[in-house]
Design a protein around this ligand. Structure first.
Ligand code: ADP
Ligand code: MG
Length: 670
């Protein structure tokens, strides 16, 4: 038998124990840092750097500027407080210019021996206050030892790496130094053609990231290593797409306008230019050679549902069935109602399948019928549902197009299984979380992107205010006023039940009665994830009919819900929501002609929390908000469940590295 030649295994894949000084014990400690191989060790990114070429004299230490000093211990001892229940270990360092006290609360047994008089240490920390004596509380220290590798730790810029208990910065630094000495020549250039005038060679970059000659080298090296990561990611994405295109032939779903025309005529509004443009792109895809894989981004309220409807019509005109998937039952029901209104007059069947309601039972028989129906080019069926629509064993017949609404609520893997269900139907995924470009090119890199960058006209503006709980009585007066004028309000809390929560976070089940009191005379509804689906639907129907005036809810209503008469959105404990999520919630109002008001209530004293909420006060631009959210909280938080699909990056930064991501994409064009 002829086996294909094996790809040579890189020496860097060797277990980390092949670095001198790593025994069984240390290998265990390193494993806690997810360092298993020599490569993992070499790519363990430093947290920070210390310039140890010149030490600051202790006398010159400045308040609130962290610094490294070098001093000898001239005194040390243990102090006890409160009858011995609280201890502090203290030692005094002297560098000839002044003295510095190092203090550790809850002294450890090893400290007196370690911090012995006469020993010399490097001490990294920050002065507690201006008063004498000078004090560092819990400083990081390193013993200065006359050893073989002392030069690794002093008289240079040194890295300080993320550590784990039992492994000191000094030991880890020595290990990385040794790994570099032994393996540096094995660090190969990946298969991309890089201009080495603009970037250091990879091996160089790895050395520089740990032991830079100048601090400015660090970013230079990081960019090189990040570029390699992004290139590997792009390679993955592009090969997946290539494989997909080779494998799959597109179903002809371009449509012939015979249903589209009457549909648009009865719609009651004219599509915006942005909607029309997007539909052109979609039509080209659905009539093209490869199955469409398109991401449709449009801010809340930009009218993605109408685009979904037109796309569905193209497939249906071509004799295929369509599936539309929504992340919540409330949204699936809403779509079911809207599409029934729109499509039934055109003779198109609509079916619903959610966890709690099924308008049809899929059987092999139904599959057969579906095929026959299509054979005769009868108008086809639109299936609407939640996950339940795609549960195992159920294959939709003649599926031409799959539409996923509010894609950010589903994971990447879910998206993949969905599409496999049908025999490579066209795929349109829609999201209202504007995806920052960095993520668009990585996480969604295998999708084409369309953007609806315009809101339909005739909408009232939304004004946003951040307020403290002190102002709540006034806020409720305001809500009463709006309700008296015939409008409606949402009132949102972060939790369902007080039992789920710290005492300071409000829960809908408890606040419901307070809201009823505050709005006496008006009917108040309650909606959260633990309410039975039938009851949920009853509440939504009453709210839509303007019988319920105020809806107390969790963030369950964040996606899709469309009630144009609602003009007030009050969100309490607003600091507990992400920015993108608050923006989604705010998108529930401002859908009619009235002016709308979003009131974010928060007592958070944190400067950052306040700054975050301020962003919402300042802008209604979902794109800016998503970028801010990405920078503040990272992609995992921004995308919610999407997390499972996030790449594991050591040097690349998905919030900041747009240019590198673009370069990587160019470099690996397949
Ligand atoms: P989203 O993009 O958030 O899913 P929807 O599709 O729910 O937005 O649309 C929001 C509202 O705007 C709906 O009431 C819809 O009927 C309306 N709408 C959509 N397109 C237009 C348009 N071109 N002109 C006027 N109103 C529109
Ligand atoms: Mg929507």
């Amino acid at each position: 038998m002829n086996l294909p030649p094996e790809k040579p295994v890189s020496p860097l894949a060797a277990p980390v124990a092949s670095v001198w000084g790593v025994g069984e014990e240390r290998a265990k400690l390193l494993a806690r840092l997810k360092i298993f191989t020599v490569e993992d060790l070499l790519l363990h990114a430093p947290l920070r750097y210390e310039d140890r070429r010149k030490f600051l004299p202790i006398r010159e230490l400045k308040l609130s500027e962290p610094a490294t000093v070098r001093g000898e211990i001239i005194a040390a001892g243990l102090k006890r407080f409160r009858g011995g229940s609280r201890t502090m270990f203290e030692c005094v360092f002297d560098d000839g210019t002044a003295r510095l006290h190092g203090r550790w609360w809850q002294a450890q047994a090893w400290m007196p021996d370690w911090y012995a008089v006469g020993r010399e240490f490097l001490i990294y920390g920050k002065l507690d206050d201006e008063k004498k004596p000078r004090v560092f509380t819990h400083p990081e220290t390193e013993l200065v030892e006359a050893g073989d590798d002392e030069f690794v730790h002093v008289n240079r810029i040194v890295p300080v790496h993320p550590l784990t208990e039992g492994l000191t910065a000094r030991v880890l630094r020595s290990l990385i130094w040794r790994a570099l000495e032994k393996f540096e020549n094995e660090i190969a250039e990946p298969d991309i053609k890089l201009d080495l005038k603009l970037f250091p060679a990879r091996a160089n970059a790895v050395r520089m990231i740990h032991f830079p000659n100048e601090l400015t080298d660090v970013e230079f090296a990081r960019q090189r290593l990040a570029l390699d990561e992004f290139a590997a990611l792009q390679f993955q994405i592009q090969s997946r797409r290539k494989k997909f295109e080779a494998l799959s032939k597109a179903l002809p779903c371009g449509g012939d306008n015979r249903l589209m025309k009457p549909f648009l005529a009865q719609l009651g509004f004219k599509l915006t230019a942005a909607q029309t443009n997007v539909l052109k792109e979609i039509r080209a895809d659905m009539g093209g050679a490869h199955p469409m894989r398109r991401l449709l981004q449009g801010d809340v309220g930009s009218g993605k549902t109408a685009v979904a409807a037109c796309s569905a019509l193209m497939a249906i005109e071509s004799g295929f069935n369509v599936a539309l998937m929504a992340p919540t039952e409330i949204l699936a029901e809403q779509h079911f109602r809207n599409f029934s209104k729109w499509f039934e007059p055109l003779g198109i069947k609509i079916e619903l399948q959610t966890g709690s309601r099924k308008t049809f039972q899929p059987t092999p028989d139904a599959v057969q019928r579906g095929k026959l129906a299509n054979f005769n080019r009868q108008p086809s069926t639109l299936f609407i549902g939640t996950h339940a629509l795609f549960t195992a064993g159920f294959d939709l017949p003649m599926l031409g197009l799959v539409i996923i609404d509010e894609q950010h609520k589903f994971g990447v893997t879910q998206r993949e299984t969905l599409v496999r269900k049908g025999n490579y139907p066209h795929l349109l995924v829609m999201t209202a979380t504007p995806i920052p470009r960095t993520l668009g090119l990585t996480l969604y890199g295998d999708l084409d992107v369309s953007v609806i960058d315009e809101l339909p006209g005739g909408r009232g503006t939304i004004k946003t205010f951040v307020r403290t709980t002190e102002k709540l009585p006034k806020v409720f007066d305001f809500i009463r006023e709006k309700i008296s004028a015939g409008q409606q309000a949402y009132i949102v809390y972060p939790r369902v039940d007080v039992a789920d929560t710290d005492k300071d976070i409000k829960a809908v089940t408890k606040e419901f009665t307070n809201v009823e009191k505050a709005l006496t005379g008006f009917k108040v509804g309650l909606l959260h994830g633990r309410i039975k689906p039938a009851e949920k639907e009853k509440v939504m129907t009453a709210f839509r009919a303007n019988e319920i005036k105020a809806l107390v809810a969790t963030s369950l209503i964040e996606v899709g819900v469309d009630v144009p008469n609602a003009t007030v959105m009050l969100i309490e404990n607003a600091e507990h929501f992400g920015l993108a999520q608050l923006h989604q919630l705010r998108g529930r109002i401002g859908r009619g002609a009235h002016e709308s008001f979003c009131i974010l209530v928060s007592d958070a004293e944190h400067k950052e929390a306040q700054a975050r909420l301020k962003i919402l006060e300042e802008t209604n631009d979902g794109f800016k908000i998503a970028e801010a959210d990405l920078k503040l909280r990272g992609p995992g938080e921004l995308l919610g469940q999407q997390q499972s699909g996030l790449p594991n990056l050591r040097f690349g930064n998905l919030a900041e590295d747009l240019n590198l991501i673009r370069q990587a994409r160019e470099l690996v064009k397949l």
